[in-house]
Design a protein around this ligand. Structure first.
Ligand SMILES: C[S@@+](CC[C@H](N)C(=O)[O-])C[C@H]1O[C@@H](n2cnc3c(N)ncnc32)[C@H](O)[C@@H]1O
Length: 219
């Protein structure tokens, strides 16, 4: 399945995040922290009684990495080398021994075998990739049966002033490096085509319900 609605290309994403990397943590730590925490809590609950393997898709500068329990053994991937360089420094600085590997890789063409991970997380990534459906297909492919996919995302307003503002900002998606107008139907249409995926939870998050936690089970 392919999501044809994106105006972002890999080149847009790489050049936008090369620019964001040196200042990303200054700008995006606080507002997006509740979403990262909610996503990490969902993963940590899976690791309450056993070790689990986790793929963090679009790990960026690794702001979520210290939030996972030591029982969560993490592989992180990202398209942007400058973002990964910041994440690698964080892992060393904070002594995060449960981060096993950080690699440059395209979320739309993962090189891991089918059913390789107990869980997959993608905080603030689905609005950034050029093709959300291909990315979801890949995340589902590498998740074990019975495993979970956890997404944290801004889901765009469907009507009103906010929808108008997001549509206007959407024309600048390539420069921003994300799609402000991302509607729920992109996820909903994908779910409708995937009888092997169950929507477990969809919950609005602080601040101001701006972000949504989505938990999916791979059946
Ligand atoms: C908004 S940042 C989120 C980073 C981190 N998860 C966080 O919560 O701060 C989105 C990240 O997705 C990465 N990204 C975008 N497209 C990608 C792709 N096709 N494959 C892998 N990573 C991608 C970007 O390079 C960027 O680091």
């Amino acid at each position: 399945m392919s999501d044809k609605t994106s105006t972002l290309s890999h080149a847009d994403v790489e050049s936008a995040y090369a620019r964001w990397a040196p200042i990303y943590d200054l700008v995006f730590t606080a507002t997006m922290k509740p979403g990262r925490r909610a996503g990490a809590a969902a993963i940590n609950a899976l690791a309450a009684h056993r070790e689990i393997s986790l793929l963090d898709v679009g790990v960026g500068t690794g702001l979520e990495l210290p939030m996972f329990s030591p029982h969560v053994k993490i592989t992180g991937i990202d398209l942007s080398e400058p973002m990964l360089a910041v994440a690698r420094k964080r892992v060393l600085r904070e002594g995060l021994g449960n981060v096993l590997d950080l690699q440059a890789m395209d979320a739309m063409a993962l090189t891991f075998p089918d059913g390789h991970f107990d869980a997959v997380i993608a905080p603030y990534v689905l609005t950034v990739v050029p093709d959300a459906h291909r990315t979801l297909d890949e995340m589902a492919r590498v998740t074990k049966q019975g495993g979970e996919i956890v997404l944290v995302n801004h889901i765009g307003a469907e009507r009103g002033l906010m929808a108008t503002l997001e549509a206007w900002l959407g024309q600048r998606a390539a420069a921003l490096g994300w799609r402000p107008e991302f509607p729920w139907s992109i996820v909903g249409d994908w779910l409708a085509q995937r009888p092997d995926i169950r929507l477990v939870e969809r919950r609005k998050l602080a601040p101001l319900d701006l972000f949504t936690l989505i938990r999916l089970e791979r059946l």
